[in-house]
Ligand binder design. Structure first.
Ligand code: ADP
Length: 416
């Protein structure tokens, strides 16, 4: 009896050991697979990194060499072109270094999050302006970049790390532009149940298959593509974004369809900063602005600045006209008496905004003219008022301030 009992215990123990052994073996195989995978990814990363560093370096050294070659005499525009190439490649390298440092900090759990107040719409506009500039400089892209924000949240201020939030969104927008050759890239946010703020970046680009959707959030993970235009990059951007979104208490996810496009979402808990509710409350509560019967002339030579103003004012339904310099503005106002207000840039080619305003005043004394300048230099305001402008706003222009200021003048006109 005792012998049989011992035997049974022994066989149970053997079975248990065998099961443990099997599990151990499976773990080992899995660990080996992961090690191989990680080894493969690291080798790919190193090969890739070498390429990513050498490409901009070649351009920097090559064009610097050309510029220092005394045999050549350059005209100014060619020199500017070469310097632009050097600058953009140096920026690319800097971005790479920042990414590597971020990855190292994340691995060492030393990346610090600094929570402060964050003006959401302002941050998104800064991104719009800077990425619009990039698109304009890349003529091979037939892309429209759009910003969509929900009505009634113009002054939303949340508590988060604005620098890191901007980094995540900037990475997503930059990817969306990189992997979209035509169509549009749209970004913005929506508020979910008053509990979460969900940022999105949507594109009509090459899309990502379901299998690859897991891979891309891994460090150094990239989709193998035949499309040479999409090949640059190290594959660390999304891994950084994912870690950052977790450190910010949020989540990063996506929806994508191959050859149709992708939408990346980045949801954060909605923590309102105290200034969010008392900040310009009256403005938020006023009825929707509708200037569909108004015509505004925007005098602006810089494409990105014009687009910013256009996007800002489009929501008001006003009819928008554009002049590129002072002379054109004078001609348009002289020949079109439907113009209700003029938004005048000061630093303009051909004729500056001050001189143009003085001429306009001679034949149109009542047209509201608002000066907009890039630098808020002391005396600039007085100078523009002296030239005949009715109002003044300095860049970077806040959407709310601009709409309020214009509204003040259009309202006045209604009273007359
Ligand atoms: P990188 O862009 O440097 O390769 P990322 O980590 O930012 O690295 O992206 C990883 C991969 O995810 C990219 O190489 C690309 O294959 C894929 N990817 C990212 N964003 C998009 C997008 N908007 N559309 C299509 N593919 C994308």
């Amino acid at each position: 009896m005792t012998f049989e009992k011992n035997q049974q215990e022994l066989s149970e123990r053997i079975q248990q050991l065998e099961a443990e052994n099997r599990i151990l073996k499976e773990h080992l195989i899995e660990a080996e697979r992961r090690a191989q995978e990680s080894e493969k990814l690291k080798s790919a990363f190193l090969a890739n990194m070498s390429h990513e560093i050498r490409t901009p370096m070649n351009a920097i050294l090559g064009f610097s060499d050309l510029l220092t070659d005394i045999e050549f005499s350059f005209d100014k525009s060619l020199m500017k072109e070469y310097l632009e190439i050097i600058k953009s490649n140096a920026n690319h390298l800097l971005q790479l270094i920042d990414d590597i440092i971020d990855i190292a900090k994340i691995e060492a759990q030393q990346l610090e999050i600094v929570i402060s107040e964050c003006q959401v719409n302002q941050l998104l506009h800064e991104l719009l302006v800077s990425f619009n500039d990039n698109i304009i400089r890349a003529p091979e892209k037939i892309l429209d970049l759009k910003l969509t924000t929900p009505a009634g949240y113009q002054n939303l201020v949340i508590e988060t790390d604005p620098y890191r939030l901007k980094q995540v969104l900037s990475n997503l927008i930059s990817n969306a532009i990189k992997f979209t050759h035509e169509g549009y890239v749209e970004f913005g946010y929506r508020i979910l149940k008053n509990e979460q703020i969900e940022f999105f970046v949507k594109d009509t680009g090459i899309g990502i298959s379901e299998d690859d959707q897991k891979l891309i959030f891994e460090k150094f993970g990239q989709v193998q593509t035949q499309d040479f235009r999409s090949r640059r990059g190290t594959g660390v951007g999304l891994a950084i974004c994912k870690s950052l979104s977790e450190l910010l208490g949020g989540k990063l996810y996506l929806e994508s369809k191959l050859h149709v496009g992708s939408t990346f979402y980045f949801a954060l808990p909605l923590v309102l900063h105290k200034s969010s509710d008392d900040f310009d409350e009256n403005f938020n509560q006023r009825p929707e602005i509708d200037w569909s019967d108004k015509t505004i002339l925007i005098v602006e030579d810089e494409e990105s600045n014009f687009r910013y103003l256009k996007y800002t004012l489009e929501i008001t339904n006003a009819k928008l006209l554009r002049a590129h310099n002072g002379i054109q503005a004078i001609d348009m106002i002289r020949s079109d008496n439907q113009i209700d207000l003029c938004l005048m840039d000061i630093h303009l080619p051909v004729m500056n905004g001050y001189d143009a305003t003085q001429v306009i005043r001679e034949f149109s004394p009542d047209l509201p003219i608002i000066a907009q300048t890039a630098f808020s230099m002391p005396g600039e305001r007085e100078k523009s008022l002296k030239a005949g402008c009715n109002g003044y706003i300095s860049k970077p222009i806040s959407r709310t301030d601009l709409i309020k200021l214009i509204d003040k003048f259009l309202d006045k006109n209604n009273d007359v």
